[in-house]
Design a protein around this ligand. Structure first.
Ligand SMILES: [Zn+2]
Length: 251
C-alpha cells in the first residue's frame, strides 16, 4: 500500500498553472472575489513559510479599460496579466488586419490600465490559428496559452513562441467541457484537477463560474500543495522549462 502511494506521488505534476480568462461578463464582483481568495491563501502560506500561489489573468482590453482598479489590485498582488484580445471575437472569422487590431488594442488598453506590455496571449475561445501565431511571433510575444492549436499544420515549428500547455478533457479545456458547456459538473471538474497525471496541471477558470465555488477551489489548491507542486505563472513556466515547449505547433 505504501509503495502504491509512493508511486502515486512520483506521478504528480511539479507545476500547476492556474489562469483566469477575464472578460466583461465577469464584472468587477466575481474577479474581486477570486482575488480576495488568492490573497487569503497567500497570506496564510506566507505566515507558514510556504511559497505563494502565482496565477495568470488573461484579460480583454475592453475589461481592462472599464476595470482599472481591478487590474491595479492584480498588479499589487504580483500576478501576471496577459492579453486575451480586445473584444473577444472568434479569430477564425476575422481577417489578418482585424486580428492584428484586436491584439494591438488589447496591449494598448492594458498599458493604459497601468500594466506592462503583455508577453503572453490566449485566443478567445482558446482557438489559435496560424495567422495569429505569426502575429504573436512578429510582435514579440513570448508565449501563447490557447488550448486548441490549429496553427501547427500550416505554421510548422520554426518559430520562437512558446506554446504553454492547457489541461484538456476529450480534447477541450477542462472548464469548457466539464463545467461550462457540457457536463455542468464543478465537482467532476475539481476532481479532474486533483487527479491529472500529465506532468503539468494547467487550468483555465472563468471568474464568474469559479467565484461561486471558491471553497472548493481553495480545497484543490490545498490538495495539490500537499503534493509538493509549485503554483507558477504562465510566463514563469516558459522560463523554468527553458524551451522544452518551444515552438507553437511543437506538441
Ligand atoms: Zn475568453
Amino acid at each position: 500500500m505504501s509503495l502504491f502511494f509512493f508511486l502515486f506521488s512520483l506521478e504528480r505534476p511539479r507545476y500547476v498553472l492556474l489562469s483566469f480568462d477575464v472578460e466583461p461578463v465577469d464584472g468587477d464582483g466575481s474577479v474581486s472575489l477570486v482575488l480576495a481568495s488568492l490573497e487569503r491563501m497567500n497570506a496564510k502560506r506566507s505566515a507558514a513559510g510556504v511559497g505563494a500561489v502565482n496565477v495568470t489573468f488573461f484579460v480583454t482590453g475592453e475589461y481592462a479599460l472599464k476595470n482599472r482598479d481591478v487590474l491595479a489590485r492584480m498588479r499589487a498582488d504580483g500576478f501576471e496579466i496577459a492579453c486575451h484580445s480586445f473584444s473577444h471575437p472568434l479569430f477564425l472569422k476575422r481577417n489578418v488586419s482585424q486580428k492584428r487590431d484586436e491584439i494591438f488594442r488589447c496591449e494598448r488598453a492594458l498599458v493604459i490600465a497601468g500594466v506592462p506590455k503583455p508577453v503572453g496571449f490566449r485566443a478567445p475561445y482558446t482557438i489559435l490559428d496560424f495567422e495569429t501565431a505569426g502575429l504573436l511571433e512578429r510582435n514579440g510575444f513570448v508565449y501563447d496559452a490557447s488550448a486548441l492549436d490549429y496553427s501547427a499544420f500550416l505554421y510548422g515549428v520554426f518559430n520562437d513562441t512558446v506554446e504553454v500547455p492547457v489541461s484538456t478533457f476529450l480534447g477541450l479545456p477542462l472548464e469548457d467541457v466539464v463545467w461550462a458547456y457540457y457536463l455542468h459538473s464543478p465537482s467532476l471538474f475539481f476532481w479532474l484537477i486533483d487527479h491529472q497525471y500529465d506532468g503539468v496541471v494547467s487550468v483555465i477558470f472563468h471568474p464568474h463560474h469559479v467565484s461561486g465555488y471558491l471553497s472548493r477551489f481553495e480545497g484543490s489548491v490545498a490538495y495539490l500543495s500537499e503534493r509538493n507542486v509549485s503554483f507558477i505563472s504562465n510566463y514563469y513556466f516558459t522560463e523554468v522549462t527553458d524551451g522544452a515547449f518551444k515552438g507553437i505547433g511543437a506538441r
